[in-house]
Design a protein around this ligand. Structure first.
Ligand code: ADP
Ligand code: MG
Ligand code: MG
Length: 889
């Protein structure tokens, strides 16, 4: 028989941390903690494989699984001295979901399972606390009714509110045993009414219902969305943990809480967490009551007056602190834990690697190297390259006067400005139209996940640092302020009422996720300082990296920014951008519209000094680093006048009849410009354009070498080559210009001529093209377009549908298509090097800044990646990680 359950208990466990794939994260680490002898309520984990069986078996639990679960429960009974379903000392269970990776709040959990009309009396008797027993029972019916029977929890909450109001109570804590008893009756009645189904009294029936429901929650809508957002495969399934209950709601010496072994926002090496006295389970996460700090220091820092756990329960706190230290040194990483205190006794309910802000991740990694817990390579490997975005983005200028209209907890760092919206749907709609919005919610729930993703930032008025909004925002790397209790959200009138300001939907605010402040309007921002921990991690990364990282930059300003981010050259300078500025566009238009070579040359003579200045500026900034310049690439009509006004203006400037002008424009019209008269085809039709550009490049190289003393080696890149003869033709022209400029300047210039590989034919004929090309740069935007035959500009009409229908997993323009486009790159690299073994190979498409694509580039041995300036640090880190992985293999 296949082993479908793994049990754990006091100082023993069948599984451990290594079994995450089988037991899910929660189960594996519960087992690990139990094995370490930490206080974990005994339990068992049903494997994720059983989840697959469940789906294969038309969502039914088979008898073998039930048998194994019952034998596992017998072990729990042995260790706790309680019996499941017994009318004396009944064993109550929690049934908890737990997939391979944590999916916070996405799937379901049922607590207090095993309670019924009989066992509730036994629990009251046994605990000497009837109020607790009936409270637990009503919680159970509510959770079971929601999760297993499918009646929305709001219906239960309404009843509870009515019952409290009827008695004139404000808080749940005012309810007495008898009151809860009446709520239980009302709940049962509700289920009968709404579903025509009785609440099941048989504990085993409850158990099978709950296990099935947890399996089923793997396929609920929010879990499916979460998996799509995080690329989690559906076939993994979830494990189920069945565990003895411990009770945080047994009076004032009981509590429940969550903690981080270090501060998840700053990374500071101090325990950080929140707890609630006399509370159960999800009360903390749900943000229903505002929790208290665990440590005294955090309480003081936050200015809260309710006592910390450290003050209130010093012994339990000391034990918790010791366990956290133990877990950190055991896992060699920062942990995020859940615990419950039952009448002064501490129980561990979960541990996992903690989600943290990028800033915290940097600090923790650097600190742990210093503490001797981890090595440099591990520190570098632990930072998610994409998350550097958080650090690289602006924060509020400290010099400005802040018009603060409210504040809350600084849940996720960074600042953002946007118009306020009150629902996730509005946030999604706004993002689709390209509007920047801030999502306002009283508290968020997993249903809001889409809207959270679409928003620039999130603001809630309830909940703590571990509330859903806080955890999810930190994970996504978007700024977030939670528990802004000084502000009020009036959903009905779509208003946000803050200090000295009432804002309507669409009004603009700025939130500062690092201080917790909410500001009115647009606020000036500053670029972050890239020093300290960031600089140290990047230095280590640079030492481990094999590929160089260049940037795509067209202007000296971009180039300067990129160098500050660590760029080691320019991988792509798009010269066409230079022709749109100021009066150049007029000269450019004249040139394009000119009827003769002579007319074109006249215009090119005017463009030459401008273009030379552009390149000289760029070369000076780059100070001897390599610079790849691409010759004019887009179809010429992109530069031409479009509106009637523009056409009239250009016609009169050129002394042309408007009618003649329109005829010329019509003649230049193309049906499919992406595949039309562009790239090297322009240089073949009008070699004088390429000659002008080459001259500008060489003259600028001379100028920059004289000025800086650091000669650049320009790399001239011919776009859209498919035939070797195309390259030969243009190369001859460039070489001739180089010869002339060297003569004129009496100075030798080193330069390379290469091509972009962006057509399948070029990739396939790379060995032949390499005879003429000294380098290849993979232009993966066009190569993706031409390989798929999908127009980049029209893809948005159908690619999202493809993704939704599961036809493709990723947008190939964002994540390189390794199988198809990647195969062509592989072929081109290999064939190119066969001809010229020192061939320089790089990538300059959008993918050059995408970590997964960078791994691919490392794998096939490219020399460099090139990406936009802001992504340079991301690429440096990703390249280092790729090199580490390659060395390990
Ligand atoms: P999630 O994955 O959503 O965090 P969990 O399975 O961790 O769900 O359960 C949520 C909460 O329920 C836990 O944080 C804990 O407070 C409570 N809980 C779970 N199991 C037990 C248990 N055996 N005893 C007491 N409380 C429990
Ligand atoms: Mg949990
Ligand atoms: Mg967003």
């Amino acid at each position: 028989m296949a082993k479908l359950i793994y049990s754990f208990g006091f100082g023993r466990a069948e599984g451990g941390a290594k079994d995450v794939e089988v037991l899910g994260g929660k189960g594996a680490h519960l087992a690990e903690m139990a094995g370490l002898g930490l206080p974990v309520p005994p339990g068992l984990t049903v494997t994720a494989d059983a989840c697959s069986h469940y789906y294969a078996n038309e969502r039914r639990l088979d008898e073998e699984l039930k048998k194994q679960i019952i034998s596992g429960i017998a072990l729990i009974e042995g260790e706790t001295g309680r019996r499941f379903g017994a009318s004396e000392k009944p064993l109550l269970l929690s049934v908890r979901s737990g997939a391979r990776v944590s999916m916070p709040g996405m799937m379901d959990t049922v607590l207090n399972l095993g309670l019924n009309d009989e066992t509730v009396e036994a629990l009251a008797e046994d605990s000497k606390d009837a109020r607790f027993a009936w409270d637990s029972y009503r919680r159970f019916i509510q959770m079971y009714g929601d999760v297993v029977m499918g009646l929305d929890h709001e219906a239960f909450e309404e009843i509870l509110e009515d019952e409290k109001a009827r008695r004139g109570y404000e808080l749940d804590t005012e309810m007495a045993a008898e009151d809860w008893q009446e709520v239980v009756e009302a709940y049962k009645h509700l289920l009968d009414e709404e579903l025509g189904a009785a609440f099941p009294q048989d504990p085993h029936a409850q158990l099978w219902g709950a296990v099935g429901a947890v399996f089923s929650s793997w396929m609920n809508a929010r879990a499916i969305t979460y998996r799509q957002l995080h690329n989690i495969p559906e076939h993994w399934g979830t494990a189920v943990n069945i565990q003895a209950m411990v009770f945080g709601n047994l009076g004032n010496s009981s509590a429940t809480g969550v903690a981080f072994t270090r501060n998840p926002s700053t990374g500071e090496a101090a325990l950080y967490g929140e707890f609630l006295v006399n509370a159960q389970g999800e009360d903390v996460v749900a943000g229903i009551r505002t929790p208290q700090s665990i440590t005294e220091q955090a309480r003081i820092d936050s200015g809260a007056d309710r006592p910390s756990m450290e003050k209130l329960m010093p012994d339990v706190f000391a034990e918790l602190r010791a366990i956290c230290a133990r877990l950190e040194s055991h896992y060699r990483d920062m942990q995020d834990i859940e615990f419950t205190v039952e009448r002064g006794r501490l129980w561990m309910l979960q541990t996992r690697a903690a989600k943290r802000s990028t800033r915290a991740a940097m600090k923790v990694a650097v600190d742990m190297v210093e503490e001797g817990l981890i090595k440099h390579e591990e520190a570098v490997s632990r930072i998610d390259p994409s998350s550097l975005d958080q650090l690289l983005h602006p924060t509020i200028d400290p010099r400005v006067n802040r018009q603060v209209i409210g504040h809350g907890l600084p849940a996720s760092p960074g600042a953002a400005t946007g118009a306020i919206v009150f629902t996730a749907e509005e946030a999604v709609a706004a993002a689709e139209e390209g509007r920047k919005v801030i999502l306002l919610r009283v508290e968020t729930s997993p249903e809001d996940i889409h809207g959270m993703h679409a928003a620039e930032a999130i603001l809630t008025t309830r909940g703590g640092m571990t509330s859903h909004a806080a955890v999810v925002a930190r994970g996504m790397g978007i700024p977030c302020v939670v528990g802004a209790g000084t502000m009020r959200i009036d959903i009905r009138n779509e208003q946000l009422i803050g200090t000295g300001a009432t804002l309507k939907k669409g009004d603009v605010i700025t939130i500062d996720g690092s201080s917790g402040q909410v500001l009115k309007g647009v606020v000036p921002m500053v670029q972050p300082e890239l020093s300290g921990d960031f600089a140290r991690i990047m230095k280590w990364a640079d030492e481990m990296r094999r590929m160089t990282v260049r940037t795509n930059a067209d202007t000296p300003a971009d180039a300067r920014a990129a160098r500050a981010f660590g760029a080691e050259g320019i991988g792509l300078c798009r010269t066409e951008h230079m022709f749109f500025e100021g009066e150049r566009i007029h000269v450019m238009r004249e040139m394009i519209l000119a009827e003769s070579e002579e007319g074109r040359r006249r215009c090119l003579d005017k463009l030459l000094p401008m273009q030379r200045d552009d390149f000289a500026g760029l070369f000076c900034v780059m100070h001897g680093l390599p610079v790849t310049i691409r010759l004019l690439d887009p179809p010429l009509h992109e530069f031409l006048p479009k509106t009637d006004g523009e056409i009239a203006e250009v016609a009169s400037a050129m002394g042309m009849e408007e009618k003649a002008m329109r005829e010329r424009l019509d003649a230049l019209h193309e049906f499919n410009p992406m595949l039309g008269h562009r790239g090297c085809r322009l240089a073949i039709s009008y070699p004088e354009i390429a000659e002008m550009q080459a001259r500008a490049i060489f003259e600028a190289a001379v100028e920059a070498a004289r000025e800086t003393g650091a000669p650049v080696v320009p790399e001239i890149m011919v776009p859209l080559v498919g035939l070797r003869s195309e390259l030969d033709y243009i190369k001859a022209r460039i070489d001739a210009v180089a010869e002339a400029v060297m003569q004129e300047a009496s100075m030798a210039i080193d330069y390379l001529i290469g091509t972009m590989i962006e057509l399948p034919r070029a990739a396939l004929r790379a060995h032949v093209i390499a005879e003429a090309a000294q380098f290849f740069s993979f232009g993966t935007n066009d190569l993706t377009q031409t390989t798929f035959g999908i127009s980049r500009d029209d893809a948005s009409a159908f690619l999202p549908t493809y993704q939704r229908k599961g036809i493709i997993e990723h947008d190939p323009f964002i994540s390189l298509d390794f199988d198809g486009v990647g195969e062509l790159i592989r072929i081109a690299a290999e064939r190119g090097r066969r001809t010229r073994n020192d061939m320089k190979l790089g990538i300059c498409g959008e993918h050059g800044g995408d970590p997964a694509s960078i791994h691919f580039c490392e794998e096939i041995g490219l020399d460099y990646v090139s990406c936009s300036p802001f992504r340079v640090p991301i690429a440096r880190l990703a390249a280092a990680q790729a090199a580490i992985v390659m060395r390990a293999n």
